[in-house]
Write a protein that binds this ligand. Sequence first.
Ligand code: NAP
Length: 428
Amino acid sequence: MKTAINVGLLGFGTVGTGVVKLLSSNSHNYEQKVGAPIRIKTILVRNPEKVRAVNVDTRITTNIEDILNDKDIDVVIELMGGEQPAKEYIVQALKAGKHVVTANKDVMAKHGRELFAAAEENCVDLLFEASVGGGIPIIRPLKQCLAGNNIKEVMGIINGTTNFMLTKMTMEGLDYDTVLAEAQRLGYAESDPTADVGGLDAARKIAILASIAFGSRVTFDDVYAEGITDITTEDICYAGELGYTIKLLAIAKDSENGIDVRVHPALIPCTHPLASVNNEFNAIFVKGDAVGETMFYGRGAGELPTASAVVADVIDVARDIRHNVSSRILCTCFESRSFCPIDETVNSYYIRMLVDDKPGVLAAIAGAFGAQQVSLHSVIQKSQIGKFAELVLITYGVSHANVKKALNDLKDMAAVNKVNSVIRVIKE
Ligand code: NAP
């Protein structure tokens, strides 16, 4: 029986600092839970001269071999981020017989299959709860607590930066550029915000969740992603008047045409549970055939919330080590399912456009939509802008392919000045 569980920590940034803090402040509690103390033995960093937020007397190194070749280290926690060298270090740690805990969505969304195979071959655990939803438990619930269900749908707000921005635009009427600058000033958005505002961060996370939910591998490249860069204060204001709020949603559905997995902004009814998830908070809504609807809500990022998920994984690994078991729950992708092409996905759409303010124009526009089997649920004239009328239309459910064709036809109509916005509407 091991007397202590020794950890090698890769990365001493935001989350690494949180893990160091928790493993020191709550150590007695963890020792009781596990039956042995958990100790960080070595920390890998890039710059050993950097002043750290917490003082440690642990060995700091810049050489990964100091961790990989240390036979006393049982668990490697990877908190460096990025694809390489993080992925290579994880593979090497697994091959060296070390259990791995990571918060790295980039690596898990792209290389999950290879990493699980390496963990299985080497009889070690690979846990990654913090890679989606920060402090919110979602991976363990999907893999374990909801294992008795066929999961039908996972839908969530899983990018805190964009949710903070959309909340500010909604509550304070600020425009996109102003809220982006504020998110950057507060440290919520990177200086290059593309991964967040372009929907790519959420796409990586929903790839991970969809793989687990549907038991079939989904990678980042399989996810259709649209971001929030085209969302305007006008759209937010009109959505509000219609009883909707705009959120960046990550959606994975079990559809007849395959796995439907996508990230895009959407109007959701103000009464939907996700509509009241504001600021940097995340929430994930899961529908199972037995449990019905469940929702997981909390802080999707931050030093201690993310460390909370990482340390829970470390405690799980430590318990496995103490009980001499490993790799109990590795890859759960037992099937190889096809994907629903984005053109075949069906939604209602909100469309805002500027048209000539003349008799007969509305009928011509309705005709152009009708020609592509797009039925209009409502048409509202919002304002007069010079010689143009601003229209807001809501369609009935229609395929992406048909709405694209209709919009293409509208571009050629002389009476249509501009199609400003096209945003999906989630009704239920
Ligand atoms: P961070 O603050 O940028 O810290 C990264 C750490 O890794 C730094 O200590 C850095 O060393 C070290 N590092 C980077 N590249 C290295 C290399 N090639 N060799 C050795 N050390 C290297 O990152 P973070 O925000 O803590 O994020 C860590 C992971 O958690 C990422 O995968 C991220 O996606 C995930 N995550 C973060 C959050 C969050 O709220 N921050 C939430 C959920 C998940 P130096 O300090 O010497 O530069």
